[in-house]
Write a protein that binds this ligand. Structure first.
Ligand code: NAP
Length: 474
């Protein structure tokens, strides 16, 4: 085992001195901050402070690392921190809310690359010291996460086709690749003379697996894939922490891995997908449901803003369904204004929040929180769905897939099985969207052609502005 790292890890327990106490205490407090931060991130109300607390935890962990006994290379580390911090800070400040998934994916890929390089570094430092498994796992998980996340970023950013790609013997090729990874990992331990060569082969194969595993995934499964890769990076960091005997990395990596896994399961549940189908199923292809929907009544019935205003202004209950288009149009403040005006007229207004509406988990909650819409008005799918049949109007703003009845009825549809908001159960449905554009899954929506549905065409912000003017004039 590496004497220096073993010393760092164990000396505090056996012989606590000031040098060892400070970094160990910093790591412990940092870990507590991570846990508290994560807990607070679970509600929009406390998320901001949770993010800040976790950030302070990370700063403490960095400080603890600087104070580790026999730590050196301070200049190189400071330069590396600057290289990471400056573009990270600039990107995070400039990113649009709708582009968050690809940014998360990019940052996640960087985490995977770190785990890969650190594990390789640990191997080079002492191939025959300490157990090989954490280092090998760190290299494999980190590499898969690195290239997988970059492919996901490319797809979401439109740099490569968002559609799932397929080629012959896809699953067989991946299985062979997996076997080759296991074989080169074994060889790196057994063949000590050429261990370095095997480690490089291992990393290259795992990098390739990351690309081949994510290319065939697309459509509505992308958010789940990002979450899977996120937990993969967490696990990579945790095993790398074991390889380095670094307590902060083990705890932070485990937290990310566990949180990512739970989020993955929640999203799979919300979309009624099994994880195996997402990862191995090449979903999001062949929107047969689109063809089926397109064969029916193809008339969309338009409505003017003034007719809309009358319908809502004299309603008893209106349920607003926000979707991706509302976020793109940045119409959150206007929808809140409309809601307040309707309430002044005695109309009950609630918001129906679908778990995968928008482009990231919690997107609609964050968007509406930004406009100060009170939290009790935001109701989850399970809570609001039974209320639709009492609603006079379901007002859909820039949402599509999350209200598509094909998810219930059309077994050929790529969103078949995804629970949806029961907008079609309301007495009247008003849809604000720019035209006939499809949603994320790229399919038609039969709800838009139903006799009870009226289309208010236009950009969500402009349409809401018009509606507000009309309601004011009632
Ligand atoms: P959606 O199905 O993507 O539909 C959005 C609709 O908004 C489009 O049909 C588009 O129609 C309209 N639109 C776009 N810009 C607009 C604007 N400026 N003003 C008005 N309308 C506009 O959205 P969704 O119903 O929210 O569903 C989310 C989808 O994204 C799901 O399939 C989900 O699986 C997927 N997804 C979710 C996440 C997540 O974690 N939440 C992440 C990635 C993907 P027009 O072009 O005709 O205007």
């Amino acid at each position: 085992m590496n004497n220096t790292t073993e010393y760092r890890f164990e000396v505090f327990v056996s012989n606590p001195g000031f040098d060892d106490f400070v970094p160990a205490a910093a790591y412990l407090i940092a870990s507590l901050f991570f846990i508290i931060g994560l807990k607070r991130l679970s509600s929009p109300r406390t998320a901001r402070s949770g993010n800040f607390i976790a950030g302070v935890g990370m700063a403490l962990a960095l400080l603890g690392t600087f104070l580790l006994p026999k730590m050196g290379h301070f200049c190189a580390i400071l330069i590396a921190i600057a290289i990471g911090t400056i573009p990270g800070w600039l990107l995070a400040r400039r990113v649009k809310m709708t582009a968050m998934p690809q940014m998360v994916s990019l940052f996640n890929g960087m985490g995977g690359a770190c785990a890969m390089f650190i594990s390789m570094g640990e191997w080079i430092k002492g191939a025959d010291e300490g157990p090989a498994l954490p280092k090998l796992l760190g290299i494999v998980l980190g590499s898969v996460s690195f290239t997988g996340s970059l492919v996901a970023f490319g797809k979401l950013q439109g740099l490569i086709s968002e559609k799932p790609m397929r080629w012959p013997f896809q699953k067989a090729i991946n299985a062979v690749l997996l076997l080759a990874i296991l074989a080169s990992a074994g060889a790196s331990v057994a063949d000590s003379q050429r261990a370095m060569l095997w480690i490089v082969v291992l990393a290259v194969l795992a990098l390739l697996l990351g690309v081949l595993q994510v290319l065939p995934i697309g459509g509505a499964d992308m958010p789940v894939v990002i979450s899977v890769l996120n937990s993969c990076t967490g696990l990579a960091a945790a095993v790398t922490g074991f390889a380095m005997h670094n307590m902060a990395m083990i705890i932070a990596g485990t937290l990310v891995g566990a949180a990512g896994s739970l989020l993955t399961l929640l999203m799979c549940k919300a979309m009624n997908r099994s994880l195996a189908k997402v990862v191995f199923g090449s979903f999001g292809i062949a929107p047969k449901g689109a063809a089926a929907a397109a064969q029916g009544d193809q008339t969309m019935r338009e409505i003017s803003a003034s007719e809309c205003a009358i319908m809502m202004g004299y309603a008893r209950k209106v349920i607003v369904i926000p979707g991706y288009g509302l976020a793109v149009a940045q119409g959150q403040h206007l929808v809140h204004e409309l809601e307040q005006m309707l309430e002044k007229r005695g109309v009950e207004v609630k918001y129906a929040i679908h778990p995968v509406a928008g482009r990231m988990p919690g997107h609609m909650n964050v968007l509406l929180a930004e406009a100060d819409v009170p939290y009790p008005k935001l109701l989850d799918m399970e809570e609001i769905n039974p209320e639709f049949d009492q609603a006079d109007v379901a007002l859909i703003i820039g949402a599509n897939d999350v209200v598509n009845p094909a998810a219930r009825t059309d077994a050929g549809s790529p969103i078949y099985g995804m629970p949806i908001l029961n907008a079609d159960k309301a007495k009247n449905v008003i849809v604000i969207k720019r035209g006939r554009g499809a949603g994320f899954a790229g399919i038609e929506n039969a709800l838009f052609y139903q006799p009870k549905t009226r289309m208010l065409f236009g950009d969500a912000k402009a349409a809401l502005q018009e509606l507000i003017t009309e309601v004011r004039g009632l």
